[in-house]
Unconditional design. Structure first.
Length: 291
């Protein structure tokens, strides 16, 4: 079997029982694969391209390591927003503002809006370092569209530090020295705008039940409870192209995924929600022309 950037990690694990240990040796970020639940539900959906980003590598670098280990691989031109050495060098020239988003997740809250507001509040020459226990792939994609670059660093314990910055906004040594002794200063805001707060109306339980009944047996089910971010969003977005005009996607979720809403809006989908008897959130996603 020839391995490409689109090969799923689950397929690699099926190929060779030693693959899990090899992945962990490649990057501490893959230690989460020792969790049977994540290995069963996440690995089959994560491609080498996605895994490379999680591990702080480019897809071709990931493939090169596999080739060195004796596997047959097929390379492709590098695309996407993988961190480059130049990006990490640029990030070092910024005044870094640190934001630990892990307490939000511990409380069951979505940190997207808080991170977005922190980015908006940055002054010239400042960058935002976001601390999480995983690589924030959806944030990288969303903020990348607004012109932000990033640099990612993994700690041995699994903590991931991601620095977001606008190229050309960094300041020189003397500027940073003056800021240090003057205690900072706000200055003007960075010149490019971030995507706005998540748009798109979440319809209520009445619409949920109406659409569920109208769909009959044309309901696709997806359960993303228990998965670590950003896997719930990734799995939902991956499932959308399979939803027909007269079908609906029924999702069992732990919360209403706020930062998914603008992505649904852009793709022409509506969403309704209700609370299940056990307290988890159930979502019904359907095409707008099926409204």
């Amino acid at each position: 079997m020839k391995i490409t950037r689109d090969t799923k990690i689950g397929k690699l694990l099926e190929m060779d029982e030693r693959m899990q240990d090899w992945l962990v040796s490649l990057s501490p970020a893959f230690k989460k694969l020792t969790n049977p639940l994540l290995r069963k539900h996440v690995a089959p959906r994560v491609s080498i391209k996605d895994a490379a980003r999680i591990g702080g590598l480019t897809p071709n670098e990931f493939l090169r390591r596999l080739e060195e280990a004796g596997y047959e691989v097929e390379y492709a031109p590098e695309t996407g927003q993988n961190p480059s050495a130049d990006d990490c060098k640029q990030a070092e020239r910024f005044d870094i503002q640190v934001f630990d988003a892990r307490p939000f997740l511990d409380e069951g809250k979505d940190p997207f809006l808080a991170i977005q507001e922190k980015l908006r509040a940055l002054g010239p020459g400042e960058a935002l370092e976001v601390v999480l226990d995983f690589a924030p792939l959806p944030l990288i994609d969303i903020f990348g569209k607004a012109g932000y670059h990033y640099c990612m660093r993994h700690e041995a314990g699994g903590t991931v530090h991601t620095v977001f910055f606008l190229p050309g906004q960094q300041r020189g040594f003397w500027h940073r020295l003056r800021r240090r002794f003057r205690g900072g200063g706000q200055g003007r805001k960075a010149g490019r705008s971030l995507p706005g707060a998540p748009e798109g109306q979440v319809l209520g339980p009445e619409v949920f039940e109406q659409k569920r009944q109208a769909a009959g047996d044309k309901i696709r089910h997806l359960d993303v409870r228990g998965l670590e971010m950003p896997q719930p969003m990734m799995q939902i977005l991956e499932a959308l192209p399979t939803v027909g005009d007269d079908e609906v996607l029924f999702v069992d979720h732990e919360r209403i995924p706020q930062y998914l809403l603008p992505e649904l809006e852009k793709r022409g989908f509506s969403i309704a929600a209700r609370t299940a008897p056990d307290g988890h959130v159930q979502l019904l996603i359907f095409k707008k022309n099926n409204a």
